[in-house]
Design a binder for this molecule. Structure first.
Ligand code: C2E
Ligand code: MG
Ligand code: MG
Length: 944
């Protein structure tokens, strides 16, 4: 098929039109080319080349008497006194010289005596001395700037004047002299003609200089030698002498072909030699030669048999060389000039035209395309062979037509794919099926079916490999397909296979790593949730157990972290082994690590057994201690259990419920367990809800303060009120501080909330009667997490409440903090002028030393003592002791939770100054407080 595309080999003839165009172009070119500057220059160079390679010697008829450096040094000045020139003439005449050319500018008079000396010498020479007349241009490019330089009349009348102008070519070289030159209305013969003494008639208008006459063969004598009388007379006798500048200092230099630069006198001599040796270059009439060349080219173009490009090229070269040889010979022998550049160019263009006609564009492109195709095939073959994947190219017969070297790595005794073998024979069944599917789709006309990708295990000689394969079917156009599209189409399948065993192993490892806990190999929380979800779809009864290692921190602290890690690993192993056994369905026996020393076991349970049955079994798993090296460590666990069906939400909530039950179990103490109940779940849900909602609630203004009066127990007068916070939840209704303060303390929100309460209480109290105080509760967490002094100061400043009217209540639990820092903080706080009260005294880490060590103004005895006051002597004793110590230390005492008049009277008698409780008023808005203030009744004193 490729051969058919090559018309050259088939002898296809160039188109008629191409031929006609080529011939016409050539004819036009032959007329036009010789006039082109570039072609002219090329011809000049060829002429010079021939001249340089056919050197001739000078005739020895001329002597160049050179005014060289030596001469200049000899005389010592320039211009020379004209008497020197006179002496030269005299000496030359005396020596018998023929014509004498003094190529020197005598256009201006010098000293009269000198001029007279020269004039006399000229006269003595009998008028045979030639003096130059020439045009001297001020500006080389401007002909109008030329002035005629000619000898002064005194000299001219005794001399022979001749034109000494040389003609400059376009290339800026001096190549010729004008035979005659008209200047100042006179016609002057050129110096060269005069020197040659040839008859002027019949000479050409211009005398081209034959530069094959070598200037170094012209005899040159220094004027100095002549003046020193060192020149033998026979050197000069009978010869024409040209006296002129030789030294470069005199600047009589001209650019010429071959030799670069020659002096003016030497140019005159060469021109005269040219005439004398009959070497004036004579251009031959060249158009007939061009025409012959053109005809030859045309003949070659149309001659049917002349089809071989190399033959045509050889003929062109032969003609070209022959013409060049002829030109050389003609120039050397007779100074005939044959401009061959045009011949060479016509031949070259003719050959190009012939080439273009023979290799018409389509042919050329077809040749290129076929070469590219061959190249592409080679590249494709190479790419397939070098592929790192196993690549198989299979034709529509199912035969492997090409395969990569890497394909060999997949071959084994049961399947040995080779070039030429049937791919389906022994190939993995999944691949054969994929190939059939692809072919079926192709046959149904689906030419662009997507690539089929398969992954399968290939067991080769007992070795298992995981292989990924991609199969693509490419439609091929068949030659000679005819009009029916489908008949002309075939296909080739490319199956690329890659051994991905290593990748699969790595992926599995990664997956395992992402699912399992690094240390113990148990499932991590995320994966545990996933697996519970999967199990829950199949099993109705799932139970989740959270397991905590009792006192594990002690193991870590006493035996070291390494042993601790070993214990955790052993616990994990034991739980894994036990879970499947305990579970009612062995497959559902998951073990996860929730963090630190908390594990999770998920089991399928039966409705016949209570959760405690399974919890007991889990506790029993650790009845035997764990061996760690040489030591045996006893492990006891707490278990929190939750039945999935009892807990709302999904697996994550079930785990949360089990953890909540675990907290419960931990509180119980001992090696026990606790089961999560729906009631607890509801409480936890509420806690979570409150935690989630509290921050936005503050922004939305859902928090508000109520005020509970504080009274003077003796007079019954209201002395102030305690601000107590409330939360009006949009959905849950009014929420007690007992429910949310603990949560706010746990998550740190209490700092924001406390800051708000302080400011809000002060803002409200500013409007109360000025003798009323306001008490604000400040949590222990506020002392740890924010600057309470700053908050108090800010609240006082923005509201304008006098510091003396503010009580800050600090609960006893606060004293679990760093006591030194707390003392410092309290002192700074007290320095503001506020009253500091110790709230709920007697509930926490009650220590009477607090009363003395810290700067409290007021001790608030907790309501739990007051409630038992009447029936419990111990409570009375405590209250009595506290009031006694307080009195001694100068602290006041306020009793909380006074609900009856009896308690009031009793407390008053016991020396307690102030009271707070439902007996005096429940917490309520400011309006309620102010109303109580107005109806305050005097107390009834208890008589002993
Ligand atoms: P607390 O500071 O000891 O406040 C006194 C609590 O006792 C208040 O409960 C009050 O309503 C209740 N109470 C007063 N008189 C009686 C009585 O005669 N009988 C009974 N049974 N109870 C009485 P409340 O308002 O529920 O506050 C509970 C606790 O919440 C407060 O105890 C306080 O520790 C905390 N709290 C309230 N508001 C704030 C606050 O703004 N900031 C901080 N940090 N804690 C606050
Ligand atoms: Mg309080
Ligand atoms: Mg209290």
């Amino acid at each position: 098929m490729l051969d058919r595309l090559s018309p050259l080999k088939q002898g296809m003839q160039p188109g008629r039109l191409t031929r006609v165009i080529s011939v016409s172009l050539l004819l036009l070119l032959s007329l036009w080319l010789p006039g082109v500057g570039t072609v002219e220059r090329l011809d000049s160079q060829l002429i010079d080349f021939r001249a340089a390679n056919a050197p001739r010697t000078a005739s020895n008829r001329f002597v160049y008497l050179a005014i060289d450096k030596e001469s200049l040094d000899h005389v010592g000045t320039w211009p020379w006194p004209r008497s020197i020139h006179a002496e030269i003439i005299d000496r030359l005449v005396a020596a018998g010289a023929g014509d004498i050319l003094l190529d020197i500018d005598f256009s201006t008079p010098s000293r009269p005596a000198e001029d007279q000396a020269l004039s006399a010498a000229l006269l003595r020479a009998g008028g045979g001395v030639i003096l130059p007349v020439f045009l001297q241009r001020q500006n080389v490019d401007d002909p109008s700037s030329a002035t005629i330089t000619r000898p002064i009349p005194e000299f001219a009348k005794n001399a022979w004047l001749a034109a000494a102008d040389a003609s400059l070519t376009e290339a800026g070289q001096f190549r010729a002299f004008d035979t005659f030159r008209g200047m100042d209305g006179e016609n002057f013969t050129s110096v060269a003609v005069v020197l040659s003494a040839l008859p002027e008639a019949g000479l050409p208008e211009q005398i081209g200089i034959d530069f094959s006459i070598r200037p170094d063969t012209v005899r040159v004598i220094s004027v100095a030698d002549l003046l020193r009388n060192k020149v033998p007379a026979d050197m000069l006798a009978g010869r024409s002498v040209v006296v002129g500048a030789y030294s470069t200092e005199l600047k009589d230099q001209f650019p010429v072909p071959i030799y670069g630069i020659l002096s003016g006198p030497m140019l005159h001599i060469l021109a005269a030699e040219t005439l004398l040796q009959d070497r004036v270059p004579q251009p031959l009439v060249s158009w007939p030669i061009y025409l012959i060349t053109v005809l030859l080219v045309i003949a070659a173009t149309i001659w049917r048999r002349l089809t071989s490009i190399p033959v045509v090229a050889a003929i062109a070269v032969v003609i070209s060389v022959a013409s060049e040889l002829a030109a050389y010979f003609l120039q050397k022998q007779w100074s005939f000039i044959l401009p061959t550049a045009t011949i060479h160019l016509i031949l070259a263009l003719g050959f190009t035209a012939l080439l273009a006609a023979k290799l018409d564009l389509t042919t050329l492109l077809a040749e290129l395309a076929s070469a590219e195709k061959r190249n592409s095939r080679r590249i494709l073959k190479r790419v397939i062979q070098d592929s790192v994947d196993a690549v198989f190219i299979v034709n529509d017969q199912g035969t492997i037509i090409d395969l990569s070297r890497a394909a060999g790595s997949l071959s084994c005794s049961s399947w040995e794919p080779r070039r030429g073998s049937d791919f389906c024979e022994g190939a993995p069944a999944v691949l054969v099926a994929a190939l059939r599917r692809s072919i079926a789709a192709f046959t149904e006309g689906n030419r662009n079916a997507p690539a089929i990708q398969e992954e399968f295990d290939l067991v080769c000689d007992g070795q298992k490999k995981h292989v990924e394969a991609v199969l693509t079917l490419s439609s091929l156009e068949q030659s000679g397909s005819g009009s029916d599209e489908d008949h002309g189409r075939s296909y080739a399948a490319c199956i690329t296979m890659r051994d991905i065993t290593a990748r699969k192993v790595y992926e599995a490892k990664l997956r395992r790593l992402s699912q399992l806990d690094d240390l113990t190999g148990a499932l991590n929380r995320r994966e545990l949730i996933n697996r519970i979800r999967e199990s829950a779809e199949e099993e109705k009864m799932l139970a989740v157990f959270a397991i905590d290692l009792h006192r594990f921190s002690t193991v870590n602290a006493t035996l070291g972290r390494y042993t601790g890690d070993q214990v955790l690993q052993a616990v994990s192993r034991r739980l894994m082994a036990a879970a499947r056994k305990i579970s009612e369905v062995p497959d559902v026996g998951l073990v996860g690590r929730l963090g630190g020393d908390v594990f999770c076991v998920v089991l399928a349970v039966s409705a016949d057994n209570p959760l405690s049955f399974y919890a007991d079994k889990i506790v029993g798993v650790f009845s035997k201690g764990i061996n760690c090296g040489s030591s045996r460590i006893d492990v006891s666990v707490r278990v929190g259990a939750a039945l999935a069906s009892d807990v709302a939400g999904g697996p994550a909530s079930w785990i949360d419920a089990a953890e909540a039950a675990l907290d419960q179990a931990k509180k119980v103490g001992g090696a026990g367990w606790a089961v999560h109940t729906p009631v607890e779940a509801a409480a936890e849900a509420r806690t979570r809800r409150l935690e989630k909602d509290m921050r936005p609630a503050l922004k939305r203004g859902e928090f508000f303060l109520v005020y509970q009066p504080q009274v003077d127990l003796k007079t019954g007068a209201i002395v102030g009120a305690e601000a107590l916070i409330r939360w009006q939840h949009a959905e849950l209704g009014l929420v007690s501080p007992m429910d949310f303060i603990g949560i706010a303390e746990a998550n740190g929100f209490i700092c924001d909330l406390g800051r708000w309460a302080l400011e809000e209480a002060c803002r409200e109290a500013v409007h109360w009667p000025s003798d009323l105080t306001v008490a604000v509760n400040v949590s222990a967490v506020q002392f740890a997490g924010s600057d309470v002094r700053e908050d108090v100061l800010h609240a006082l400043q923005v509201t304008g409440l006098p510091p003396g009217r503010l009580h800050v209540e600090i609960t006893e639990s606060t004293f679990a903090l760093d006591a030194k820092k707390l003392l410092e903080d309290m002192k700074r706080l007290k320095a503001l002028g506020v009253t500091i009260a110790l709230d709920d005294f007697g509930t926490g880490y009650s220590s009477l030393s607090y009363i003395s060590d810290f700067p409290f103004d007021l001790i608030k005895i907790d309501q739990s003592f007051i409630r038992r006051l009447t029936e419990d002597a111990a409570s009375r004793a405590i209250v009595h002791a506290v009031t006694g110590i307080a009195a001694q230390l100068g602290r006041k005492v306020l009793c909380e939770g006074i609900e009856g008049e009896t308690e009031r009277q009793l407390l008053s008698v016991m020396g307690c100054q102030f009271g707070q409780g439902y007996h005096f008023g429940r917490p309520g808005p400011t309006s309620q407080l102010l109303a109580l203030l107005n109806q305050a009744k005097p107390p009834v004193e208890l008589t002993a």
